[in-house]
Design a protein around this ligand. Structure first.
Ligand code: ZN
Ligand code: ZN
Length: 351
């Protein structure tokens, strides 16, 4: 066992505070990683506050992990000591179902094992995430970080990045396609970068006039103010694909009407019921598709890192000492970060 420093929430009302626990010794297929950086995702806040009612405390959040390999188990072939590697949202799955066999472990029929707040399939302990100085993960769930990428700015690719990249690829977004990105947060700003890199003409939909110049700076070709009915009506039947990153219920109908026939509206942020209801006629009448997508499988998570290296894409980040994590959560709740906090885990040594 290996003593591990971390930050944890002890209950849904307590702030994150120093915590220590033991990581397991590497199993034959495990990689031990010393963590250098960990991105901060909205999911981390949801779990520390028990917003979804399934948190098991203490919670050590963090699923955008970048670090260096310090030891490998006897059967490990993909990674070696010294490699810069990443761990995203999952650390295990059944590995034998049809989804796992297709490299789509996030859709494992038995359920994937989350990087934190998940139950280990072997020893049945709860998993602890990347707000810690080290982690032990099966090699299948560890990806290589290309040398060209700044490791800190690469961290959010493991959740915010793959979440937006996977559906763009799955639905075959290509050069010349007209793509709408709804929402300009951690996910949305990555979606713009990927859609542009794939050659699409990109429009950002935002509620506020104040975000127009920022959207253009991020590379968007056009900006539509979604609260402006005239602008939304003028956009009717013009988009091939809509990437919807908004995590709270919102009216999808104006966006569906902005799709061409055969267009696809893909949800990556919303987990609640859709309110107000979707006009089925807007789907049926134009053979439009309304769909959802969850992160990406392990082969695709490696692919997105390689794609980012090839196209010089990283996340826009603000670095953070772990001692300031509770303030960072408050700022995230107000949307006050461009666009992702990343914890410099060197700060944990002083915790
Ligand atoms: Zn996340
Ligand atoms: Zn499976």
């Amino acid at each position: 066992m290996s003593n591990t420093k971390a930050y944890a929430a002890q209950s849904e009302t307590s702030k994150l505070a120093p915590f220590s626990f033991d990581r397991r010794e590497p199993r034959p297929d495990d990689v031990s990683i010393e963590i250098d950086y960990c991105g901060v995702c909205h999911t981390d806040i949801h779990f520390t506050q028990n917003d979804w009612g399934n948190s098991v405390f203490p919670v050590v959040p963090g699923h955008e992990i970048i670090g260096r390999v310090t030891a490998v188990g006897s059967d490990v072939t993909r990674h070696k000591v010294g490699d810069v590697v990443g761990v995203g949202c999952m650390v295990d799955s059944c590995r034998t179902c049809s989804a796992c066999e297709s490299g789509l472990e996030q859709y494992c029929l038995e359920g994937m094992t989350g990087t934190y707040n998940g139950e280990d399939r072997h020893d049945h302990t709860m998993t602890f995430g990347g707000y810690s100085d080290k982690v032990v993960v099966s090699e299948r769930f560890v990806v290589k970080v290309p040398e060209k990428l700044d490791p800190a700015a690469a961290a959010p690719i493991l959740c915010a990045g793959i979440t937006t990249y996977s559906p763009l690829r799955h639905y075959g977004v290509k050069a010349g396609d007209k793509v709408g990105i709804i929402g300009m947060g951690g996910l949305g700003h990555m979606g713009v970068k990927f859609a542009k890199a794939l050659g699409a003409e990109v429009t950002i939909f935002t509620r506020s006039e104040s975000k127009v110049s920022e959207a253009k700076k991020q590379g968007a070709d056009h900006v539509i103010i979604s609260t402006d009915e005239k602008q939304m009506e003028d956009a009717a039947q013009s988009f091939d694909f809509m990437l919807d990153t908004v995590p709270v219920p919102h009216d999808l109908n104006p966006y569906l009407n902005a799709l061409k026939f055969d267009g696809t509206h893909i949800l990556v942020g919303l987990l609640q019921p859709i309110e107000p209801p979707v006009e089925a006629g807007a789907l049926v009448g134009k053979r439009r598709v309304l769909a959802g997508s969850l992160i990406g499988g392990m082969p695709e998570t490696q692919e997105v890192l390689d794609f980012c290296a090839e196209h010089d894409i990283t996340c826009d980040i603000e670095m953070l000492d772990i001692q300031n994590i509770n303030d960072a959560y408050e700022r995230m709740k107000k949307g006050d970060v461009k666009y992702r906090f990343v914890i410099d885990m060197a700060s944990l040594k002083n915790a």
